[in-house]
Design a protein around this ligand. Structure first.
Ligand code: HEM
Length: 433
């Protein structure tokens, strides 16, 4: 593996270990590591036991540069998420040599990627989403009512914002869009948490197993696929206006979409479609609870809600990393990369890059410009970004006018994952008008 030979740019071992340690993404150590790397080794090699070596891309400009060169840096040649050698071997054994258990847009490159993206791209554009605004506002009002129900006779509200509001609101939105019955939402939520929380001692399905043996739960994918296979069959038999019907009845090169690709499509929309948005919403609530001045600012000027939304996505950066693979030898950012080298794009580092953001460690509801890269960039730029921003905007529009006081009411906690994470517990105290 060529990247292993690049010892001259090897990053210090403790920092490399931090990058691979799910707990470091929960307790904030990762931000210290990123800060050092941006300043001292912005494109260095990490060697972690049990993981193939990889380049670590930490500067905003370099992340954009890799992301926009989709022919030179592929998603699908190796795993697009950080994975250990043992899990990688297991997947290849199961999948006839392929490094992927699923074939979502994230796992594809040209020419297939665009063909599959075009199946739903128009659906996710703002012109189409506009017609969902009223439906989403009804769900947002119900979420605010649920929070109001936590207010006691003394006029003080107390709840875990993650459990009461942040988890369920985006879940309801995406499931109603997909055509998944409300009764099945708890199952969808649990599976998503097990998928993204595979390394978290509280969220993982096999939470009793030591972290090093818990890397990937294949059963979660099987359960998701079984669920969506049945949904897909029903949407083929009786198509409706929803997204699941669109996917189930789509064709690629004139032939019906295959089972693997249809299941992968459902799974990415069903998981990416709510967990990230929940995390950004809870991340903003946490930040506002600690900053009464910022809360007062956005309450006084509701035109700041869209910038609050952008800042909460930058601040939380729920997708911490994706991987790319070099398709040819190349010079990049002063380093010699070899064909087959694996690169980690550290979005949360790019979003705290001092070269781009003034006081990046501060949460500002009126930050502008806010060129965060939490949605990625280039051909894979998040398909759901307009939906995510719209649903967050609507929730804040409904909630902020009624929220008169806000503070933390105990110790919040982030989930442990080097891939996708966010607040998993957020006890708050509040008053509502
Ligand atoms: C705050 C919320 C969200 C964040 C931070 C986020 C982040 C991301 C990131 C970083 C990528 C990869 C981009 C790249 O490689 O350049 C991505 C891709 C994607 N996201 Fe999101 N996402 C969010 C919400 C959503 C929602 C609501 C949906 C769907 C309903 C969604 C569906 C997708 C899909 C399908 C892709 C794959 C696109 C492709 O490879 O062409 N995301 N997202």
């Amino acid at each position: 593996m060529s990247v292993a030979a690049a010892t001259d740019h090897r990053i210090p071992q403790d920092l490399a270990d931090t990058l691979g340690l799910p707990a470091a993404y929960a307790d904030g150590r990762i931000y210290e590591a990123y800060r050092w790397l941006r300043a001292n080794e912005p494109l260095g090699v990490a060697k972690i036991e049990g993981v193939d070596p990889f380049w670590v891309v930490t500067r905003h400009a370099d992340i954009l540069e890799v992301s926009r060169q989709n022919d030179l840096f592929h998603n699908g040649d190796r795993s697009p998420t950080i994975v250990g050698q043992a899990a990688d071997r297991k997947v290849r054994e199961m999948m006839g040599g392929s490094p992927h258990l699923l074939r979502t847009l994230i796992h594809m490159d040209a020419p297939d990627h665009l063909k599959y993206r075009l199946l739903t791209q128009a659906w996710f554009m703002p012109q189409n989403l506009k017609r969902l605004e009223d439906q989403i506002r009804v769900i947002a009002k119900a979420a605010v009512a649920k929070m109001a129900a936590c207010v006691g006779p003394d006029g003080v509200g107390r709840c875990d914002f993650v459990k009461e509001v942040a988890l369920h609101y985006p879940l309801r939105v995406i499931m109603s869009i997909m055509g998944v019955p409300e009764a099945d939402e708890p199952r969808m939520l649990k599976l998503t948490q097990e998928l993204f929380g595979a390394a978290d001692p509280e969220l993982a399905r096999d939470a009793g197993t030591p972290p090093e043996e818990r890397e990937f739960d294949f059963g979660v994918i099987v359960d998701f696929s079984n669920y969506f296979r049945a949904l897909s069959e029903s949407k083929r038999a009786e198509p409706t206006e929803d997204l699941a019907s669109l996917i189930a009845n789509s064709t690629i090169d004139g032939a019906p979409i295959s089972d693997l690709e249809a299941m992968s499509y459902y799974i990415i929309v069903a998981t990416a479609g709510h967990d990230t948005t929940s995390s950004s919403t809870a991340g903003a609530m946490w930040a506002l609870a600690e900053r009464p001045g910022e809360l007062a600012k956005v309450k006084a000027d509701p035109s700041l809600v869209p910038s609050l939304v952008d800042e909460s996505i930058r601040w939380t950066t729920p997708v911490k990393t994706f991987m790319r693979t070099a398709t040819a030898d190349t010079e990049f950012a002063g380093r010699r990369l070899k064909k087959g080298d694996w690169l980690m794009l550290c979005y949360a580092s790019g979003n705290r890059d001092e070269a781009v953001f003034e006081e990046p460690q501060e949460f500002r509801v009126d930050r502008g410009p806010n060129k965060h890269l939490a949605f990625g960039y280039g051909a894979h730029l998040c398909l759901g970004q307009h939906l995510a921003k719209m649903e967050m905007r609507i929730l804040w529009e409904e909630l902020l006018p009624r929220l008169s006081e806000l503070a933390l009411d105990g110790q919040p906690a982030m989930s442990e994952s080097a891939f996708v994470n966010g607040p998993k517990r957020l006890p708050i105290r509040f008053r509502m008008d």
